[in-house]
Design a binder for this molecule. Sequence first.
Ligand code: DAH
Length: 341
Amino acid sequence: MDINAIGAQVGPDIDKIVSLQEWESARVKYLGRKGLIAQLTAEIPNLPLQERGKFGQEANVLKNKILALLEEKKRSIEIQPAKSTMGAIDISLPGIAAQPGHLHPITQTIDEICMVFNRMGFSVVEGPEIETEENNFTGLNIPLEHPSRDAFDTFYLKPQAKSSQRLLLRSHTSPVQVRTMKSRKPPLAVVVPGRVYRPDAVDASHSFMFHQIEGVMVDAGIKFSDLKGVLEVFVKAIFGQDIKMRFRPHFFPFTEPSAEADISCIICKGKGCSVCGRKGWLEILGSGMIHPNVFKYVGYDPKKYTGFAFGLGIERIAMLKYGIDDIRLFFQNDLRFLKQF
Ligand code: DAH
């Protein structure tokens, strides 16, 4: 074969290749030790002296062209699966299992707590995270100069041009008491889950954002013993029938009398350990009988109605229930943690 015939044939020849075996045969045919290019160059010594240089150059150009064509072909074969197997499905291979997600442990805890109160006749309502200063403080009998406001007083929004109301990220779910009582008449019983914001530096037990559930019940003749009974059902449903509960006198501006509720330590069963600080008791919530000033603010007659309210931190409940020692775990989206729930 002469050099021009090889040059004309090689393009279509390589074009037809569809498999690596065919590719290898073509490589041997053109570039192998006894291939067409080798045969051409073997003839060089037989040529007249003045033609040898030109012939050698042309053979070299053709060899490089074949190399380039083969190289390109090889890449295209490797990228595409061989035509014969394209579209074939091996139905005996195991499938790729979907990894369904699940509810976040905080959401699970909220749902569980709401369900317990739901069974006692409470309905679930929600309020906005951006709240007015009135609802967050003044309406709850927390006056501007009150010291208990310091721990809460934070995250104000830039004042709106025309609005005289100052807005802030709510520091507790209690403002939803005010909203609910303003929009409904007694009797009422609601629980209010949601996010709250505080100026706390983040550490193992503090977060600038966390979740609370507020509870409110108002009617003629609601007593402190009703509060106690409702909370007792709640702690037993969440922590088990053996758990004990006690009230400690406390102060909240929006309740009178006020109390904090403790449960017997779930780790040491009340004997005293490092989790309960050797006290045998764990504080879990604030509560009390709704202050007459709050009733007056929302337009209820404090002589006709009484009611109780309580508020608790969801993360704290979940941490106690599941033995979690760092609140930050809830917010880091680490699947190794989340998959355990
Ligand atoms: N709002 C309080 C807090 O964030 C918790 C609280 C205490 C809520 C007593 C109440 C209550 O409804 O009666 O610390």
